[in-house]
Design a protein around this ligand. Structure first.
Ligand code: MRU
Length: 369
């Protein structure tokens, strides 16, 4: 996507032939800063501290982390250590495991002297594949938006509600939930996006709003509690979210609060779509609520907020009564029965085992396991 007219991805290989560069998302929306990652430890820390975040971008960064590890030391021991270090960075998004397994498959049986070049090449491919997948998701979701737009009066916008950031900042490019929105906007369909602020880290207010604004897509940031009210008053045509891990049966794990939006959507007959690249499907799991590990993060993310003052200083303040305990569950699971459809690169399907298996028969059979 473009920032100030310049085509920009979220992660790229630097000119020095070794370093990888990323947009430092902890600085957005107040500053656009690029952070170089020179070692596997840099890559691991970037994922842990959410310099990069979002399931596909976590996977892409981990892939490059393996390449950085090989550039330091291409031994079997270093390969295994890099896999283990990167795997423990964040627990919920399954794209991390997928990307690390892809890298392992590309490197494990290769002679040591070939590993560095092979690792950078496979990491670059994983990034390019992500861009292609998301563009296909965009085209498949665009059809749904076109159908809704056809029911509108001339000039009346299609109102999408989204939660968290499943935009291009969460992927290598395009985003998943935002890809259909950008494509609809670009072909002239009037669009408006309700952006959940997404407490506690405010990925909606800070990131989704930032990217929609830079692309010129009309949008409104709302507190997380507002969606149900808007749905009751006919102001949401469809919900589109991303996901960090979806089971083989269609249960969708996504940023905390997604489940409540799905309940409100079901109660108000608002279609609730989830966009996902196939590496986000965990074919080993059948029951999302019971089986998907839910990350719990520091309570400081709940008790503190960061913002910018009128003078331009970025400050962090405490907002919770002194001494009150806080809890910070980062994700929740929406059962497949509440999902209208899964929008994937291979098409749109019901959020059921049969629906997913029909689109990805080889993976559903476990051929890639
Ligand atoms: O904790 P985060 O910011 O990594 O969580 C991100 C999300 O929940 C996204 O919606 C999800 O990864 C899908 S991104 C295409």
């Amino acid at each position: 996507m473009k920032i100030d007219g310049k085509a920009t991805r979220t992660i790229w290989f630097a000119d020095d032939g070794k370093t990888v560069e990323v947009i430092d998302q902890t600085k957005l929306p107040f500053a656009l800063e690029i952070l170089p990652l020179g070692t596997v430890e840099d890559a691991a820390r970037a994922i842990e501290t959410m310099v990069v975040r979002g399931a596909p971008l976590i996977g892409a960064t981990a892939a490059y982390g393996m390449a950085l590890a090989m550039a330091e030391d291409a031994s079997d021991d270093a390969l295994g250590a890099a896999y283990t270090r990167l795997m423990r960075t964040r627990p919920t998004a399954v794209n991390l495991r997928w990307a690390l397994d892809e890298m392992m498959a590309a490197l494990r049986n290769r002679p040591r002297e070939d590993r560095v070049a092979a690792a950078y090449a496979r990491a670059a491919e994983i990034c390019d594949e992500d861009v292609e997948i998301n563009s296909r998701i965009g085209r498949n979701g665009l059809e749904i938006i076109r159908q809704i737009a056809a029911t509108k009066q001339p000039g009346e916008p299609v109102n999408v509600l989204t939660h968290c950031n499943a935009g291009w900042l969460a992927t290598v490019d395009w985003g998943t939930a935002t890809a259909p929105v950008y494509m609809a906007h670009d072909e002239g369909i009037p669009m408006h996006v309700w952006v959940d602020e997404t407490r506690p880290r405010n990925q909606g207010a800070a990131l989704t709003a930032y990217e929609l604004g830079h692309h010129g897509v009309p949008h409104t940031v709302i507190p997380d509690n507002t969606g149900g009210h808007l749905m009751q008053h006919g102001q949401v045509d469809l919900v589109i979210t991303g996901t960090d891990r979806t089971t083989a049966t269609g249960d969708v794990c996504n940023k905390i609060g997604t489940y409540l939006k799905a309940l409100a959507a079901a109660d108000n007959d608002v279609p609730f779509y989830v966009t996902l690249p196939s590496p986000t499907i965990d074919f080993t799991l059948s029951d999302g609520v019971a089986e998907i590990p839910i990350e719990q993060r520091s309570g400081d993310e709940v008790s503190h907020m960061t913002g910018v003052t009128e003078a331009g200083d970025v400050v962090t303040v405490d907002i919770v009564a002194k001494g009150s305990p806080v809890a910070n569950y980062a994700f929740d699971v929406t059962p497949g029965r509440l999902v209208t459809g899964l929008i994937t690169e291979a098409g749109v399907c019901p959020a059921t085992r049969e629906g997913i298996a029909a689109l990805f028969p080889d993976r559903a059979k476990g051929d890639d396991a």
